[in-house]
Design a protein around this ligand. Structure first.
Ligand SMILES: [Zn+2]
Length: 58
């Protein structure tokens, strides 16, 4: 059996990151998508706060 690492799922290194600026705190960050005006970019810290969270049901 031949197991070529280049063929078996080795495309993790090709992720393109775009440099962007967090709209919340202004910190430089990198995102895996092309930043546009329609899509606000947050750094990791702000994203953890801003991202939609489910309200707990009672
Ligand atoms: Zn931020």
């Amino acid at each position: 059996m031949f197991n070529d690492p280049r063929r078996s799922g080795g495309v993790q290194q090709q992720r393109t990151l775009y440099e962007a600026k967090c709209v919340s705190c202004g910190a430089a960050t990198k995102v895996p998508f092309e930043p546009t005006a329609e899509r606000p970019v947050y750094c990791r810290d702000c994203y953890a706060v801003v991202r939609p969270v489910r309200k707990p049901r009672f």
